[in-house]
Ligand binder design. Sequence first.
Ligand code: PLP
Length: 379
Amino acid sequence: MTIDPETATFLIAGPVRIHPRVLRAMSTSSLNHRGDYFHDVVGEIQELLPVLFGTKTGRNAILTGSGTAGLEAMYSQLVPPNARTLVLKNGNFGDRADQIVRRSTKNLTVLEAPWGRHIPVDAAKAELEKGDVGAVCVVHNETSVGLANRLDQLAPAVRKSGALFLVDGISAVAGIPCPIEAWGIDGLVAGSQKGLAAPAGLSIVHLSDRAVGALHDGTFYLDLKKHLESHEKNDTPWTPAVPVFLALLEALRLLKEEGLESRLHRTATLAKATRAAVAAVGLELFPDAEYASDTVTAIKNPPGLGDNELRKALQETYHVLVQGGQGSAKGKIFRIGHMGIADWPDLLVTVAALERILGKAGRLPHPGAGLRAIVDAMP
Ligand code: PLP
């Protein structure tokens, strides 16, 4: 049977399931993006973005393009031309930051940890003490390995050094706490399709006041200054992805109704339950458990059960979609996303299906224990 996307259990690491209100918001006929109605949409989005970021200061640019567009905009216009840039990486998206930054500067130092291990904070601090670092680039939540980097451990040293703090927050925003102002983050990129639970296609770049002043020329289409100037008139510089803007607005309204704190709390509770279920069915997390992400749980494939036996069966027999590994983790792990509007029924179905597959393969030490772990975590 082919999967019905409207009823399947959809827990990939983003895009995430979309609320019907958000879906309805974008099913309209074409709108004049230079007309009053759309100006009001852009205006209300701007009013609501501080709810998403938990900020009182700074500016936000809304770009048509997926998260990578936001990253390219941020790095190409903020990586300093005359100072060293530090890139910290421990996964696929850290590699991507490295690749993007390299297009803007040759003066960079990359500090790397093995996939699934925390970024090397002490080594970063030692580099910062040398006094010549102009920007630090890091992924907050490394989606590829299900690991949340502890930026609170890094932030004071970055602030003290005076370097710009540039963060990929794509799978962190509205999923794990990210106090932008307290940590002194200067540039942070969010994607529409993760914790915010809107469709894919927009990225939002938050800039501190200091970062706005530091913007230099980069790519034309993603020119952040042009976007900020245009947003002052509730406008966009070029034709925006109108339906996704409409969806973004509705997703932001939903987030405001729920409250950022409640969404973070719900996401953390679902993550804790997922980790408990993973242990209860005899599986192992891929990242260091201490740093396991609350938006994405990455799990090692059990010996003898590859993607074909596990993810394919989840999808084809039980209509549960989870995600595989990327890059060097391909075929070795699977990932369950539990951000955005994911909820208990999603986890119950997923863990039930997982138990069935493991049970049939003779790899379920304590039948029912995974489901029990979820039920026990439910409010
Ligand atoms: N950075 C992180 C941490 C991500 O999770 C993703 C996507 O999953 C990206 C960057 C790339 O975003 P996009 O695929 O929207 O361009």
